[in-house]
Ligand binder design. Structure first.
Ligand SMILES: NC(=O)c1ccc[n+]([C@@H]2O[C@H](COP(=O)([O-])OP(=O)(O)OC[C@H]3O[C@@H](n4cnc5c(N)ncnc54)[C@H](OP(=O)(O)O)[C@@H]3O)[C@@H](O)[C@H]2O)c1
Length: 239
């Protein structure tokens, strides 16, 4: 199996953390990007026994130069980029008339502009390696739910970008969109609306484990040559 050089954002928690660990366990080189360096350092410690390498990088996805520095570091340490997973993201649930511009802007800045910056800055490297973009969408990439209009719009954006890359670069790049339903991570804790957070939290707490999503991402990343997982939808098993 080819050893991949993978850049993953939002590696300090949840899906990103599990995926970074799973990729290292499979022998790949991973640069994990996030703001909480203590969590990245813990992950580096966990991965130190793995056959792969984990490189922690403290940065804010809203700061262009942080992303650029992470990419420079990755290229100098690993020699190139085969796969990106722009996973950093957040959701604030509220009815539209109670949402604040601050919350809406932070979702747009991270879920849209952060994904765009990661793609824009890595595209030359990915074209060189005939690489792979694994975008993290959601069930909200194809469906709109109550009290999450802006979040759903950002995830529709992610799917549209995946389709755009697929159409524009077929033959040069692989692109996958991972669309999970509820996953048990810190995600729901960002919702400041107390009654909605209490109402939704049990659904997330009893949702899929981040390791389950990580397995699907690893499967897609390693599929090279056999075919491309264009879109993977994962739902909690509520039986
Ligand atoms: N949980 C779900 O039910 C679910 C379902 C479908 C899709 N998703 C998607 O899955 C992705 C990961 O979510 P998760 O559930 O794993 O949530 P999570 O546990 O809250 O993790 C979010 C990650 O994003 C990072 N992040 C947030 N803002 C950032 C910033 N400004 N700069 C750099 N990193 C930033 C966080 O790192 P720092 O705070 O350390 O910076 C953290 O590592 C998101 O795109 C989310 O939309 C989640």
């Amino acid at each position: 199996m080819k050893k991949l050089n993978v850049l993953i954002t939002g590696a300090s928690s949840g899906i990103g953390l599990s995926t970074a660990a799973a990729l290292c366990a499979r022998g790949h080189n991973v640069l994990g990007f996030a703001r909480r360096s203590d969590k990245l350092d813990d992950l580096a410690q966990t991965c130190s026994d793995s056959p792969g390498n984990f490189l922690p990088f403290k940065g804010d996805i809203k700061v262009d130069v942080d992303v650029e520095n992470a990419i420079d570091k990755m290229v100098s340490e690993f020699g190139g980029i085969d796969c990106i997973i722009p996973n950093a993201g957040l959701g604030h649930f509220n009815p539209l008339n109670e949402g604040t511009m601050e919350e809406w802007r932070s979702m747009v800045d991270v879920n849209i502009t952060g994904v765009l910056k990661t793609i824009h800055a890595t595209l030359p490297h990915l074209l060189k390696s005939k690489g792979h973009v694994i975008n993290i969408g959601s069930l909200a990439s194809r469906q709109v739910f109550q009290n999450s209009g802006v979040y759903c719009a950002t995830k529709h954006f992610v799917l549209a970008m995946s389709e755009s890359i697929r159409i524009e670069y077929s033959g040069q790049l692989a692109v996958t969109t991972i669309n999970p339903g509820a996953v048990n991570t810190e995600f729901i804790n960002h919702t400041s609306n107390d009654s909605l957070r209490s109402e939704y939290k049990p659904k997330f707490d009893s949702g899929m484990s981040p390791d389950f999503i990580a397995n699907a991402i690893v499967e897609a990343a390693e599929a090279g040559g056999k075919g491309i997982y264009s879109e993977i939808t994962l739902r909690p098993d509520r039986r």
